[in-house]
Design a protein around this ligand. Structure first.
Ligand code: NAD
Length: 496
């Protein structure tokens, strides 16, 4: 059985731990590897190496740190297909979706190659007579990343390239459910010229995360994952005086105005709701139809009914399986609950089967209409291919409904009215807004800015905010005396 190694002080090592977790192919249940829960001494070694390496890495010229990122971006592009194939096997994504997962990460690495201009400080001359003030941004030290299963390339790449480019060292704790893609990402980082000790990889679950949360040498923690775990990490990390950014769950709404382009609405809803098996924190899980727009609901149902999940080797598959049998069971439980609560299940993907893959965690496209805000299917993040529709009379009603939802990751409005779009973007309490764009994930020169229950912290992922998150500002106020300059110029020399 393939054992997933740890990466400590620049060496790939097999863990001595006997506690291991199976990594399975979710389309077949075949165990493809085992991931160890790193032992306390392995955790100590990773922390010690990260701490020691920080002293030398922060002194490396910023342009050399940028060059590592340039080489890394090239290598990732060369290996994009290979990385996507790993994702297909351990997570079940379709090939196209897996390629997108890697590509979104590559874009962040390209952005990290701009680090010299992003780390520039500020200067003001003559804050008082002969006194200047200027600031530098300096790295923090050892930073940590704890990542979820659903984007095993993109999300680790949201974190360590920027943290390391800033001059920090980094400990990555990838999801135990799909650690093989992150392993390959780190091998390529080493190949790109990242010095020994700059990046460590430890594996495990709560026990290993707790070790990092209580370690004084860890200065900052980036987390992406579920609400309960993220809140725990935010609270425990900040209690231990660490900087924490935690990207959490979501419930994303699309508002459909009656003046919207109907074809665009229908085509975009299908991919945005059930695409990637609904395992996207930016998936559109609820559409809110304003007024007459609800008349398009039957056509949307027809389109969704034609969507088929399948194995990644099938180019016709629209999406893959859920990550685990437990995830499938939970989603099917919520579908049952939705029916009991009185929502209208117009498409039921429970007990779905895919020919040739009887053991896959398949859930077919599912759609509920007439959903209300008090139902469990509305309140919970389902994280599956389950699409809900709600009806309201006015745009104001839609805004009120969405603002009352505890999450605030992403939203979109489909309309042909500039006025409606402007009103929506201004009033909606959600951090990422699409106008006739269903999933408005910003490119890396902006930041990934979820709000409310979808985020805990101050500075968001990538963009300028990530550089702020991974650095500290040092402000220097300096005075030089003219007498001293004259003295140092020597007795026979003039300084004028
Ligand atoms: P998860 O919370 O189960 O796991 C995330 C990480 O936390 C993993 O590395 C896991 O090992 C670790 N972990 C799990 N339980 C822990 C515990 N008790 N203590 C400490 N660490 C623990 O999340 P997941 O199921 O892998 O990912 C899906 C979730 O991630 C969804 O809720 C989704 O919305 C969210 N997500 C959010 C964003 C965003 O940007 N807001 C992006 C992607 C995913």
């Amino acid at each position: 059985m393939k054992q997933v190694p740890l990466f400590i002080n620049g060496e790939w090592v097999e863990s001595t731990s006997t506690r291991k977790i199976d990594v399975t192919n979710p389309a077949t249940q075949e165990v493809i590897a085992q991931v160890p829960c790193a032992s306390p001494s392995e955790m100590d070694a990773a922390i010690e190496s990260a701490k020691a390496t920080f002293k030398t890495w922060k002194e490396v010229a910023i342009s050399e740190r940028a060059r590592v990122m340039m080489r890394y971006a090239h290598l990732l592009k060369e290996h994009q297909e290979e990385l996507a194939n790993i994702i297909c096997e351990e997570l079940g994504k379709t090939h196209e979706d897996a390629m997108g997962d890697v590509w979104r990460g590559i874009e962040v690495v390209e952005h990290a190659a701009n680090i010299p201009s992003m780390m520039m400080g500020e200067t003001v001359e003559n804050v008082a007579r002969n006194i200047d003030t200027y600031s530098y941004t300096q790295p923090l030290g050892v930073c940590v990343g704890i990542t979820p299963f659903n984007f095993p390339a993109m999300i680790p790449l949201w974190m360590f390239p920027l943290a390391v480019a800033c001059g920090n060292t980094f400990i990555l704790k990838p999801s135990e459910q799909d650690p093989l893609c992150p392993t390959r990402l780190v091998e390529l980082f080493e190949e790109a010229g990242a010095p020994k000790g700059v990046l460590q990889v430890v594996h495990g679950d709560k026990e290993q995360v707790d070790r990092l949360l209580h370690e004084p040498e860890v200065k900052a923690i980036s987390f992406v994952g579920s609400v309960g775990v993220g809140q725990y990490i935010y609270k425990t990390g900040t209690d231990n005086m660490k900087r924490v950014q935690a990207f959490l769950g979501a419930k994303n709404h699309m508002v459909v105005m009656p003046d919207a382009n109907k074809n665009a609405v229908i085509n975009n809803i299908v991919g945005a709701s059930v695409g990637a098996a609904g395992q996207r924190c930016m998936a559109i899980s609820v559409a809110v139809f304003v007024g007459e727009a609800k008349e398009w609901i039957p056509e949307i149902r027809e389109k969704l009914a034609a969507v088929r999940p399948g194995h990644y080797s099938d180019p016709e598959a629209a999406y893959g399986p859920q990550i685990t049998p437990q995830a499938k069971q939970r989603i099917e439980g919520l579908i049952e609950q939705g029916k009991k609560e009185g929502a209208n299940c117009v498409l039921d993907g429970s007990n779905f089967s895919v020919e040739g893959y009887p053991n896959g965690n398949w859930v077919g496209p599912t759609m509920f209409t007439d959903v209300s805000a008090d139902m469990e299917i509305y309140k919970q993040e389902i994280f599956g291919p389950v699409f809900l529709t709600m009806n309201v009379d006015t745009l104001d009603d839609a805004i009120e409904l969405i603002n009352n939802n505890p999450y605030g990751n992403g939203t979109s409005i489909f309309t042909s009215s500039g006025g409606a779009a402007r009103k929506y973007q201004h009033n909606i309490e959600v951090g990422q807004v699409g106008i006739n764009i269903p999933i408005p994930v910003p490119l890396p020169f902006f930041s990934f800015t979820g709000w409310k229950g979808s985020f805990a912290g101050d500075q968001h992922a990538y963009g300028k905010q990530a550089v702020k998150f991974y650095t500290e500002t040092k402000t220097i106020t300096a005075r030089w005396f003219e007498d001293d300059v004259a003295a140092s110029a020597g007795p026979n020399m003039s300084i004028t």
